[in-house]
Design a protein around this ligand. Structure first.
Ligand code: CAA
Length: 257
């Protein structure tokens, strides 16, 4: 199986598993990733996902260069669209996704991590958008998401030079929230995902949607939508349960799914 899925209680761990190519993604790999993501997102018992890469070296070394080598512009466009489909799915699906970056996150690998809601990494992680060094440019959302996650100047430096950032620099720039040792990484990522999975599912999905509007787009429109969505939360049993539990000084019993 090129992309694995396993459950740890309410967390689904999805693992890119093509170690012989440092988990680089071919169209087949993208299809398999999409399938696993949809499987987890539609499972009412899953409250959060951790996305990671198999082996000690790489989260994902990018789009499959062998596949792209002889691509025509139309084929390259189709491959970029396919990568965008999967990155957009991660960003917009209801289930929050934590990227556990365990080594190289390069090109399309960095772009998939950027599409995740939260990123954590091991101290041996390396992030880069090296496409410029291949005569191309990021094609799975990196030109937009890297600047939004960090700053426009940092993103331009990375994309225009293709240089790699180590874990401590990624942390300083806001590209990741936490750095752990390689041994700690998965437990910490699953712990973080579990703390999201414990929250009421409707509110978590609505909050994710609203946070996605924080950068870019029309701010006034986003703020108006936040008001509407806030009001909508008051049609759910979880709102009543959550507030009652707070006032009763007890742990809330939220519905799942
Ligand atoms: N595509 C296809 N194969 C890849 C790959 C990729 N992106 N990255 C690594 N591999 C393969 C290598 O070809 C090699 O295969 P063989 O054993 O058959 O030769 C195997 O993985 C192991 O790689 P290395 O021997 O190179 O390992 P290393 O430790 O010496 O170097 C590395 C590791 C620095 C990550 C290096 O492999 C590398 O630079 N990889 C390419 C990274 C890259 O440029 N990624 C961007 C791709 S373009 C893109 O992603 C476009 C986009 O926006 C969608």
């Amino acid at each position: 199986m090129a992309v694995d899925i396993e459950r740890r209680d309410a967390v689904a761990v999805i693992t890119l598993n093509r170690q012989e190519a440092l988990n680089a993604m071919s169209p087949e790999q993208l299809d398999a990733l999409e399938e696993r993501l949809r499987e987890a997102d539609t499972d009412p018992a899953v409250g959060a996902i951790v996305l990671t890469g198999a082996g000690p070296k790489a989260f994902c070394a990018g789009a499959d260069i062998g596949h792209m080598r002889e691509a025509t512009p139309d084929e390259a466009r189709a491959f970029a669209r396919r990568g965008h489909d999967v990155a957009d799915l991660i960003e917009h699906m209801d289930t929050p996704v934590v990227a556990a970056v365990n080594g190289y996150a390069l090109g399309g690998g960095c772009e998939m991590a950027l599409a995740c809601d939260v990123r954590v990494c091991s101290d041996n992680a390396r992030f880069s958008q090296p496409e410029i060094t291949l005569g191309i440019l990021p094609g799975w959302g990196g030109t937009q998401r890297l600047a939004r996650a960090t700053s426009l100047g940092f993103a331009k430096e990375m994309i225009l030079t293709g240089r790699a950032a180590k874990a401590d620099e990624a942390l300083a720039k806001g590209l990741v929230n936490h750095v752990y040792t390689a041994d700690e990484l998965m437990d910490k990522a699953v712990e973080l995902a579990a703390s999201i999975a414990r929250q009421p599912a409707w509110a978590a999905a609505a909050a994710k949607r609203m946070c996605n509007l924080a950068l870019g787009g029309d701010k006034a429109e986003a703020l108006a939508r936040e008001v509407d969505t806030f009001a909508l939360a008051f049609t759910t049993p979880d709102q009543r349960e959550g507030m009652a539990a707070f006032l009763d000084k007890r742990t809330p019993n939220f519905s799942r799914g």
